[in-house]
Design a protein. Structure first.
Length: 168
C-alpha cells in the first residue's frame, strides 16, 4: 500500500505531461493551418488576418501594435445620433418622436420625424434645450435625411430636451 501512492502520483504526472503535449500539438496544428484552409468557425478573410497577425508576432512585432485596441481603448466617432426625443409630455410636442442629429460647424442640427420633418438647432453650450427653425442648409438636410432613413452608422440614444423654443 505504501508503494501505491508514489505509483499513482507518477501515473498522474505522466498522464498530465502526455495530455499537455497532445494539447500543444493540437494548438500548433491549428496555428499552422494554411490561410487557404481556414477553420470552420471563421471566415476566410478573418483567418488570413489572424495568420498574418500571428506571423508578425512570431517575427518579433509588438502585439499591441498588431492587434486592434480593446473596446475600452476605442473611441468611436459617430457622424450622427438617432433615437427618440424625451422630455415632459405636456411641454414638449416632439416627445416620443424619432430624431436624427448631425453636427455642422458650431451647431447641431436635429431632424424630428422622418415623414413630417421639423428641424431644431442647438448651440454647443446647449445640452437640454433647442430652437425650432424653418429651414436648414441643403447639405445638412441631406445628411439628416440619410441618418434618419438609415441609422446603422449612428450612435443610438434618446435625446432629452427640457426646453424648446418654437417658431409659432
Amino acid at each position: 500500500m505504501v508503494g501505491d501512492l508514489p505509483k499513482g502520483i507518477l501515473i498522474l504526472v505522466v498522464a498530465g505531461v502526455i495530455g499537455s503535449q497532445a494539447m500543444n500539438a493540437l494548438d500548433i496544428d491549428y496555428l499552422a493551418q494554411s490561410p487557404n484552409t481556414p477553420s470552420q468557425s471563421s471566415s476566410p478573410k478573418k483567418a488570413d488576418s489572424s495568420a498574418e497577425q500571428i506571423q508578425a508576432i512570431l517575427a518579433g512585432a509588438d502585439p499591441t501594435d498588431v492587434f486592434e485596441p480593446t473596446a475600452a481603448g476605442k473611441k468611436i466617432n459617430y457622424l450622427c445620433d438617432t433615437g427618440f426625443i424625451a422630455g415632459d409630455l405636456d411641454a414638449n410636442k416632439f416627445s416620443k418622436i424619432s430624431y436624427a442629429s448631425v453636427d455642422a460647424g458650431d451647431l447641431t442640427y436635429i431632424q424630428i420625424s422622418h415623414y413630417s420633418p421639423s428641424y431644431l438647432v442647438q448651440e454647443k453650450y446647449q445640452t437640454v434645450s433647442a430652437t425650432e427653425v424653418s429651414e436648414v442648409p441643403q447639405d445638412v438636410k441631406r445628411r439628416l435625411e440619410e441618418a434618419i432613413s438609415n441609422p446603422v452608422g449612428c450612435s443610438e440614444h434618446d435625446l432629452y430636451l427640457s426646453k424648446i423654443s418654437y417658431l409659432d
